[in-house]
Design a protein around this ligand. Structure first.
Ligand code: ACO
Length: 553
């Protein structure tokens, strides 16, 4: 077991948990946290701390940490910000390994100095801090609900790391409604010490967590996160919701958690390279998480759509292109597979159109045929409510065939229609069968499954390191620094690009219009002209860039 892995284990499976600021007053956070830990079933190694002493929910209240017998690995801190430092001193007196500092009033409101002070103290005493400004931690491995969120958390195999407290607390309830079970839920808040990378590194190897979902606004240790993401996504799917995509969203993130959202395109590209499955919305992420942990893995790229409606088949084909799902085009093979199943006027081109008269039995035959064809790697089965579409019978068939498909290849369903169809969706979903009311939702999930498949199956060779002339890059930067600049001039930037092996267009520095024309003719039209000046960094804003210049003579 690696260092981080073995030490993080104490956060998720502590031998004892103290609550500093435990209160007798229902409604106070210090009461709710103790109540959640008790009700959650953690056991009896719970130590409420409050100088008033007494008893709380049947537990003795300790005046000081030093009075506790036995180890305390985690302390939840729920005293006001000006008392948090003292609470950490208490933690140090008992060799506490993790302090979950729920308290707000630190860097998120500009109190950076106090946050640094507690972080420094914790570092000096080997205490890891979660937070401050968090709602707590849940771990199914020890039935520990050290949060002030809902008491009733459904356990399962999705781990959630969230930078937003409110989203995290609401997700506890929402995941329950969606039938998603949690292996862990960690609120990272201001991340003065433990961050998403530390947690992901642990969760990557934790068997209970089959899928990791992260809500991020900004990232502090970018390079480390990239490394850990690359390793984790080869083992299990990592779904990320990263807000601050737009400029207004990025501004909102800066005032919410003080995060720098950064250029979204950069995050998006890095996320893709790391194998992250990035969701657009919370609902999309939850749709994926619900089924990703349990779905069969495809063995190849070829998907077949089976439908009773041409239009809905076409919509799904569009969605497949959008979400990177490859539709099988082996026409001869498809024709042979489905020829006994379809009417003569149906289509054996992908999407396989059983036509509007298809009965549940026709679907059944088509599903069995697709199941037994090894060239078909996954199946998307669509049902539009028609006169011959018996939703109840279809539900039975879907359930039966799903059980057969499950060990062999993925199958997903999308049903569209009235009340009976909606009932079928609820029924199938409750049984863990991937069924969606909309073909785009269905295909988005299938796309996520394929991303996971590609992450796990592709040979993840590290790209060959480019021949980079680090000395030349350092020299260009040193030159700018010596000149008192925090930016590179165009010429220096070109030197850096060349030294990094990045191809750049041919260029010359002209000092007069005649010289510019001569250089343009040497290079060849069309050309671009840019102003070069130490005083003009944003050239376009100053009207200093002219594109597509041609010789009109
Ligand atoms: N050791 C032990 N107990 C102490 C100590 C100490 N050193 N000092 C005070 N206490 C006791 C208090 O006496 C009190 O107990 P009592 O009810 O018996 O009197 C208890 O600790 C709590 O102290 P209070 O002063 O009553 O503080 P209160 O409960 O009002 O607030 C809190 C504390 C909840 C930490 C508050 O300061 C805070 O930060 N609230 C915001 C929390 C939050 O939202 N976090 C982010 C979540 S994420 C999201 O956005 C949803």
């Amino acid at each position: 077991m690696k260092g981080n892995e073995s030490s993080m284990k104490y956060l998720f499976e502590p031998r004892g948990v103290a609550v500093i600021g435990a209160s007798q007053t229902p409604g106070k956070i210090g009461y709710k946290v103790v109540e959640n830990i008790v009700v959650g079933g953690f056991g009896d190694k719970i130590y409420p701390i409050n100088p008033r002493g007494g008893e709380l929910l049947g537990l003795p209240v300790y005046g000081r940490m030093a009075d506790i017998d036995g180890p305390v690995d985690v302390a939840v801190v729920v005293v006001p910000a000006d008392r948090a430092y003292g609470a950490l001193e208490e933690c140090a007196s008992k060799d506490v390994k993790f302090a979950i500092v729920i308290t707000s009033g630190f860097s998120e409101v500009g109190n950076v100095a106090e946050e640094r002070r507690i972080a420094r103290f914790a570092r000096e005493h080997d205490i890891r801090i979660i937070g401050p400004n968090v709602f707590g931690v849940y771990s199914s491995a020890s039935s520990l609900n050290a949060t002030f969120g809902p008491s009733d958390i459904r356990s399962g195999n999705v781990a959630i790391i969230t930078q937003s407290g409110a989203i995290g607390i609401a997700m506890i309830g929402k995941t329950k409604v969606e039938g998603i079970g949690l292996s862990a839920m960690i609120s990272v808040g201001n991340k003065c010490d433990v961050d998403e990378t530390d947690l992901l590194e642990y969760l990557a190897f934790q068997d209970d967590s089959k899928v990791v979902l992260m809500y991020l606004e900004g990232v502090k240790s970018g390079e480390r996160l990239v490394e850990v993401l690359k390793k984790t996504t080869r083992k299990k799917p990592v779904v990320v919701i990263k807000s601050g995509r737009s400029s207004r969203g990025a501004q909102a993130a800066a005032s919410h958690t003080g995060s720098l959202a950064g250029e979204d395109k950069v995050f998006d590209d890095i996320a893709r390279q790391c194998g992250v499955i990035r969701a657009e919305s919370i609902q999309e992420a939850l749709n994926w998480c619900k089924f990703l942990s349990d779905a069969a893995m495809p063995r190849g790229e070829d998907c077949v759509i089976i439908t009773n409606g041409g239009g809905i088949g076409v919509l799904t084909a569009d969605a497949c292109e959008k979400y990177g799902v490859n539709l099988s085009d082996e026409i001869a093979d498809l024709k042979k597979t489905f020829e006994d199943v379809m009417p003569s006027f149906g289509s054996a081109k992908n999407p396989i159109d059983l036509t509007g008269g298809a009965s549940p039995e026709d679907y059944d035959k088509a599903l069995v045929a697709a199941l037994h064809n090894d060239n078909i790697d996954s199946v998307a089965c669509l049902g539009c409510q028609t006169g011959s579409f018996d939703a109840e019978r279809f539900t039975q068939i879907a359930e039966e065939r799903y059980a057969q498909y499950r060990p062999v290849k993925p199958i997903v369903f999308s049903l569209f229609g009235g009340e009976e169809v909606e009932r079928s969706i609820v029924e199938l979903k409750a049984k863990g069968i991937p069924v969606f009311p909309d073909v785009y939702e269905m295909t988005s999930f299938l796309g996520a499954l394929y991303r996971d498949y590609r992450n796990k199956s592709s040979v993840q060779a590290e790209p060959a390191k480019a021949d980079i002339d680090v000395a030349a890059i350092s020299a260009a930067i040193a030159c700018a620094r010596a000149d008192g600049r925090h930016f590179l001039l165009a010429r220096e930037a070109q030197e850096v690009m060349r030294a990094a092996g990045i191809p750049i267009p041919m260029s010359r520095i002209a000092h007069s219009p005649d010289e510019a024309v001569r250089f343009a003719e040497e290079i060849g039209y069309p050309v671009v002209m840019k102003v070069i000046s130490k005083d003009i960094i944003h050239k376009s804003d100053a009207g200093g860039v002219a594109l597509d210049l041609v010789n009109t003579k």
